[in-house]
Each structure stands twice: as C-alpha cells, then as structure tokens.
Design a protein around this ligand. Sequence first.
Ligand code: ZN
Length: 308
Amino acid sequence: MTFRLLLTLLLLGLSVVAQPRTMTITIDDLPFMVASHPQYLPNAQRVTKELLRVLRAHRVPAIGFVNEGQLQVAGEVDARIRLLQQWLDAGMTLGNHTYSHPDLNSVSIEQYQHDIVRGDVVLRRLLHPQQPLYFRHPMTHTGDTQAKKDAIDAFLAARGYKITPHTIENYDFVYNVSYVRALRNKDVALQKKLRDSYLNYTLAVTEFAEKISLPIFGREIPQTLLIHANNLNADCLDEMLRRFEARGYRFVTLDEVMRDAAYQTKDTNVSRNGPTWLWRWMKSKGMNVSFRDDPEPPQWVMELYRQN
Ligand SMILES: [Zn+2]
C-alpha cells in the first residue's frame, strides 16, 4: 500500500467518524411530571438529581420548561423552588411552559395569556435579566384558529419570549405511565422491556428526523429533542445520550440551534394538533413531503398505556 493511498483511506475514515450532528435537549413539565406518584417531593428530588447528574456527565447544556403551578403546594414551596435552582446551579437554563399547562385548543386567548403571565413569576426572579426567554406551548398546541395563534404569538413576542420548536419527540409520557406502574409493582422485567423499547424507539424517530430534513432543507439540520422530567428519563437518559453520541451528536444550547437558518423558517401551522416543526416548516415552504415513515411506538406499548 502506498503512502498516498494510506493517507486517503485515513482521511476517508476520519470524515465518516466526524460526521457533525448537533442536538439540543429540552425537558418539559419541570420540576417533575407526575404520573400517579403517592409522594411528589421525594420522587421529584430523585429525578432532578439523576437528570442533572447525567446531563453534566455528558456536558449537555439543556433547558427545562417550568409549570410554576407545581410550585404552589403548602409547606413545599421552598423545596420545590430549590429543585429549579438546582437546574441553574448545574449550568442548565429554564423556560416558561405556562402556569397550569392549559391546552390552547380549549381555553380563550385571555385565559391563556393569564397563564403565561402567572408562569414566569418565580422564573424571572431566578433567571439572569440578560438571559433569553423561551416559551413552550403545552402539548405544543400553538393555536387552532388563526386569531388565537396570532394573538398568542404577538403576546409572547411583546413579553420578550421566543417560541421553542421541537423536531424530535418520542412518546416518553406514554412509556412513562406504564413505567411508573411497573416501578410501583416492582416488575423488574417489564421495567427493562419498557426501557429497551423506549430507547430503540427514540433512536428510530431520531433517524427519521435526520432523513426527513434532507428533502425539506437539503441537509441534516440541528435537532431539538422534547422529553419530560419524569422517572423514565431519569433511568434512560444516560444510555440515550450515549446512543446519540455514537451517531455523532454534539449537544448544544437552544440558543445555538435557534440561530440555524432552518429555524428561521416561519411556522404557519394552524390546527388542533401539535406536530413537529419539521412538518410545520415543510408545509410553510409549500412542500409536500410524506411523513408516512415516521415511526409509531410498538402496539404493545400503546395497549399497555391504554390499560392504565
Ligand atoms: Zn408539557
């Protein structure tokens, strides 16, 4: 083998390994997504500690979206606010996910605006005044009428908020309901089966997001993962991040992802659903790319969820 050939092969190998992919991790329903836990605080403390330990170990600058309504429980207000402070102390940032997690489809513009305002009382105290403000709509429902969408968009902008998109979601709330029940029943085999399926499904939807961005943008775009602060992710996040890293992902801030040209595409979606922004951007660009291959969770997972 000549030196030149060896060098070519080496460079080829390097370019495969160094395939640059970026992702930002966004975690909703802070401090803790309840799924029929008898005791909120001990669960919330354990999940917060574990999520932050894993995020730090993988050097992930994540953002957590808060429902301040969760903080207002007599005797626990300080302890619950401390959970949010832990996110900031760990180098993460926080955003507003409304006070009480209302569905924009089923409340008025005024009610929703009220919930946004109540949703950042503690947040504005905790965040540095220079920090950008991010908002995520519950269920990513951004308006089922043009009037609602326009009014809330304008209201958020006037309060200094940027709307947070997502390009990958993995039904973690569905898996989590069965997972919490399996934890309660000490059903170790089912816990493992759910974790394995969840991780495989997460990677399948990630691959889909990578692939579908090609016909829409002509390239792979930075991805935004949406998951929740729950027991399932506390127990799966380490392995999930490992698998992302094996696909060449580097984790970046939401700010950085939002600067990408793809994220400047308008979202003109008006509907009762909360689809991924890849779908919204595709529609806004007047394209008609099929999302038929977007994977669904396995049938048994959906059936188990419906039994709860
Ligand atoms: Zn939520």
